[in-house]
Design a protein around this ligand. Structure first.
Ligand code: 13P
Length: 250
């Protein structure tokens, strides 16, 4: 059985004070939930304070990005060991906004994943097609390539440190969620791709999250699909009550 994950990606939102209010509220709302993993990815500057509030709770922290070098002259970048030091067991890698606005490509995504693995940090590898790709019926090939290139040279035994998030770009922040059927089709393809790259045991154990306009009122339908193992939530994860409703899906 794959343990579901509900993860919130705050993107560039909330001050440290606002983050602390959120975590204190969320702790009360989801305390005692242990049959699913709860992950929140605030901006870097809130991680340290967030760690102090969440360290003895069921809420786990993720960073939204890392650089692949260990240290040195890389102004503005953050190393894997630095996020681990402030309690992050996870990092979001290759989000479409990083690919689109900061020109990250599959090769960079792959380097980041390998550097996170070296530090024992689990990567949430984001993949997803644009609207133009979907219209040209390229969804499955685009996503398949992102998976195989992103995981290049990642060994089967290291796949425990990988979570995949399928986020169709056209569904992010648009209110236009993929239907549960559309998402399931791509999730199944991702699992088949993992099966080809590794073995069935690995493919069956990797959690594949869906992201793109997930809300309290569509989470149950998504989670009912056999290959949807959780959600990566943007906008609806900024409010503790709304995020908690998603965490508490049926
Ligand atoms: P929204 O939930 O706001 O569509 O964002 C999804 C996302 O990009 C999560 O990483």
């Amino acid at each position: 059985m794959r343990r579901p994950i509900i993860a919130g990606n705050w993107k560039m939102n909330k001050t440290v004070e606002e983050a602390l209010l959120f975590f204190n509220e969320l702790k009360d709302l989801v305390g005692g939930v242990d049959d699913r993993e709860i992950i929140v990815a605030p901006p870097f500057i809130s991680l340290f304070s967030a760690f102090n509030v969440t360290k003895n709770s069921n809420i786990h922290l993720a960073a939204q990005n890392i650089y692949w070098e260990k240290k040195g002259a890389f102004t503005g970048e953050i190393a894997p060991a630095m996020i681990k030091d402030v309690g992050c067991g996870y990092v979001i890698i290759g989000h479409s906004e990083r690919r689109q606005f900061f020109f990250e490509n599959d090769e960079m995504v792959n380097k980041k994943i390998k550097s996170a693995l070296e530090e024992g940090i689990t990567s949430i590898l984001c993949v997803g097609e644009s609207l133009a790709d979907r219209e040209k019926k390229l969804t499955l090939s685009v996503v398949g390539t992102q998976i195989s290139s992103g995981l290049k040279e990642v060994l089967a035994e290291d796949m425990e440190g990988i979570v995949v998030a399928y986020e169709p770009i056209w569904a992010i922040g648009t209110g236009m969620t993929a239907s549960a059927e559309q998402a399931e089709e791509v999730h199944l393809h991702i699992r088949e791709t993992l099966n080809q790259l590794y073995k069935k045991e690995v493919a069956d154990s990797v959690r594949i999250l869906y992201g793109g306009s997930v809300k309290p009122d569509n989470i149950n339908e998504l989670m009912a699909k056999p290959n949807i193992d959780g959600a990566l939530v943007g906008g609806a994860g900024l409010d503790a009550k709304s995020f908690a409703k998603i965490v508490l899906f049926k």
